[in-house]
Design a protein around this ligand. Sequence first.
Ligand code: NAD
Ligand code: UD1
Length: 330
Amino acid sequence: MNILVTGGTGYIGSHTCVELLNSGHSVIIADNLSNSRIEVISRIKQITGRQIFFYQVDVTDEEAVNSIFSSNRIDGVIHFAGYKSVTESVIKPLEYYFNNIVSTMVLIKLCLNYKVNKFVFSSSATVYGENKVPFVEDMELLPPKNPYGHTKVINEKILTDVAKANPDFSVAILRYFNPIGAHESGLIGESPIGIPNNLMPYITQVAKGKLDKLKIYGNDYPTIDGTGVRDYIHVVDLAKGHVAALEKLKKGVNIYNLGTGKGTSVLQLVHAFEEANHIKIPYEFVARRPGDIAECYADVSRAKRELGWSAERDIIQMCKDAWRFEKNNS
Ligand code: NAD
Ligand code: UD1
């Protein structure tokens, strides 16, 4: 298939392009480089030995995206492009609503115009809110606590309504848990701008000496050791989940959790990183981060049953690969 990947130079998008190319698909990337670098294109080519097409466009710009649809035969769209910082979304809500929602509407409109019937959307476990773990796809969603989370819920709703009204339109909504790690080549990975908000990039920057020590947000949660528990998934496994979702896509709306089904606490992740890479990570406990929940992990049985996909890489592998990328880059 010929797949248009929006946000394809970003963290998850770049790994997904590699897996699509490795599975024999062709890739057209549309990205405005607002949170990624152009070098990623040559790195994807280096890893796969394949050609890719790149358009530097803003996917909220209908005219620009229309010209991609009119000059390429597109079989499906994977829509990663969007802003993803929870904290920033509280400060800049309009930018978040505009970018994350208009981009989806533009793409859906063009898909319908050009009869492109496969659409895969990047959603997030954040849509479950404080439900009881493990999170199951058909749980009632609880209202998110920030604009970022709302954009995911609204996008899911738009896609569901459009699929209902257009029986040929097939949608996969993929709810990611916590992607970490990097491609084993060390050529692509996660490079956040500024001080990282997320745990793994913070740990790797402490390991590199760029940051002093890790601040662990809370050690009084009702969890195994008092620190927050998350379902960390290797980004390459997550990328493979997209290929499976696309290849097995059925009519209508198909929602899948992409996680491992296993919870790991902050302290367990720190210790795994130390064991995997033989580097000590100094840390201190500080107050809980507002908006955080105690535990978040997936029920992954639907993806296994319907897509034949499950995550294969363990926490040690995630820590080794995240560190290899950090060491080799920036
Ligand atoms: P990322 O920031 O690395 O990648 C997003 C890419 O989209 C970037 O390359 C950016 O330049 C591009 N982009 C943003 N707005 C654009 C626009 N209007 N037009 C064109 N390009 C645009 O983020 P990521 O971690 O790869 O996340 C990808 C998707 O997955 C996002 O929708 C995010 O909300 C979602 N998601 C991510 C996580 C996570 O932990 N990383 C978890 C759940 C969901
Ligand atoms: C966060 C977002 C979530 C988003 C996801 C991916 C919030 C509240 N949630 O998820 O919506 O989908 O990122 O972008 O921001 N931690 C520390 N010290 C740190 C950083 C994190 O102790 O410096 C802890 C957190 O309290 C949490 C765990 O590590 O228990 C994971 O945090 P993080 O990587 O930020 O992911 P989430 O909070 O799960």
